[in-house]
Design a protein around this ligand. Structure first.
Ligand SMILES: C[S@@+](CC[C@H](N)C(=O)[O-])C[C@H]1O[C@@H](n2cnc3c(N)ncnc32)[C@H](O)[C@@H]1O
Length: 372
């Protein structure tokens, strides 16, 4: 069986970074140069995001290599402090800068100077276009495995986003550890990345094009869930899953039967421990107040938890914690009575059920989608 590749030797990590940086800084000139659909968003983004994308400078859109839509619904005017891991040419930072409003702030971090130069080039004009008195966006050069060293103060970020980047890191454990440390209590990582239904063999993991196109470094979903648990993100939630097609015959023969998909995950850093599975039922309920902009009628926390305005829903302790201890708190009324234990929570609550539900239409064997 292959080794789990979540951490590597320093020399190897440097070689991976050099190869990836060359790929995004020199080899690729535009999204049309990609050889697979891995770095390519399949689904149309929500209407408010789409409207902003239409206003972005061409150069930024041309050098976009993301695989998903890493924007939680209801961000508009939230004033959140956002960090984009591997921001590339900055497309998602520009969108977030508009969504969070003038009181929010967005930091884009990337290691590739050529991509950062594009991001920086249009920044001032974008702030003017948004009508902001002061810039609410900055771009830093640095590694996503070393956020503090790159200038990100621990506990200073409300929302970390990332689009098709973490798979490119040779030390994914370090990325998640640093992300956890960078978040304030109640913060979350909301990100899209490429995952595989199995652990890939060494010749696929080290192949320059497969690595550069976000397939070679893709983690098996279960390995990612274990890693997330180990750094403190106890109950990862899935928003969206989209299959990824590989058309190139040479690449296909290297990959064999492996199936890839882009998954959007949401990982909350909550004060106190989330409950290990199975969860207990203390009669918790959550009622959505209908106050998140653009989501007045209902709000989807993840693929299996949707809340209609004004309707109390029985939720697990973990879901209750996500809704009452994160930036979503003002928008939900959560009740619980810890003096009255009702047995094991029977509803859809865990990362396992969320993940199984989200990927159930994909050709995965059930043993591949348990969440631990
Ligand atoms: C697939 S592109 C995605 C860029 C951007 N998120 C987007 O959606 O267009 C990957 C980006 O991650 C950056 N990157 C990869 N590994 C990195 C690392 N270890 N530290 C910092 N940036 C990294 C690359 O330089 C590149 O710009």
């Amino acid at each position: 069986m292959s080794q789990v590749t979540t951490g590597v030797q320093l020399g190897e990590a440097d070689a991976v970074r050099a190869s990836v940086s060359k790929y995004y800084g020199e080899t690729l000139q535009a999204s049309s140069d990609l050889k697979t659909s891995a770095c390519c968003t399949a689904k149309a983004p929500p209407a408010d995001v789409l409207a902003l994308l239409r206003q972005l400078p061409q150069e930024i859109v041309q050098k976009y290599y993301g695989c998903g839509s890493p924007f939680p619904a209801g961000l508009k005017g939230s004033g959140l402090r956002v960090l984009d891991l591997g921001c590339g040419s900055g497309r998602d930072c520009y969108v977030c800068a508009a969504l969070v409003g003038e009181k929010g702030f967005v930091t884009g971090l990337d290691m590739t100077p050529a991509q950062l130069q594009v991001a920086q080039r249009h920044s001032e004009a974008w702030q003017q276009q948004l009508g902001y008195a002061a810039p609410n966006m900055r771009f830093l050069q640095g590694r996503i495995e070393e956020l503090a060293a790159a200038g990100i103060t621990p506990g200073s970020i409300d929302l970390i986003i990332s689009n098709c980047v973490i798979n490119l890191s040779a030390d994914k454990a370090a990325v998640l550890r640093e992300a956890y440390a960078a978040l304030a209590d109640g913060g979350e990582v909301f990100f899209s990345d490429v995952y595989c239904d199995r652990r890939l063999p060494e010749n696929a993991r080290s192949h320059e094009v497969l690595l550069g196109e976000c397939l070679g470094g893709a983690l098996a979903v279960n390995d990612f869930l274990r890693l997330a648990h180990s750094v403190g993100f106890a109950d990862p939630r899935v928003l969206e899953v989209a299959p990824i097609a590989v058309h190139d015959d040479e690449l296909k023969s290297l990959l064999g039967e492996a199936a890839f998909y882009s998954i959007t995950f949401r990982l909350f850093k909550l004060p106190g421990q989330l409950e290990p599975l199975p969860e207990e039922d203390y009669g918790q309920t959550a009622t959505y107040n209908g106050t998140l902009p653009g989501c007045e009628a209902s709000y989807a926390l993840d693929a299996t938890h949707s809340f209609q305005k004004g309707q109390a829903v029985a939720v697990s302790g973990n879901t209750a914690a996500m809704l009452s201890s994160s930036w979503l708190k003002p928008h939900f009324t959560v009740t619980e009575d810890t003096s009255r234990h009702l047995g094991q929570f029977a509803g859809s609550s865990s990362s396992s059920s969320t993940l199984s539900a989200a990927v159930s239409y994909l050709p995965l064997r059930s043993s591949h989608v348990h969440g631990g």
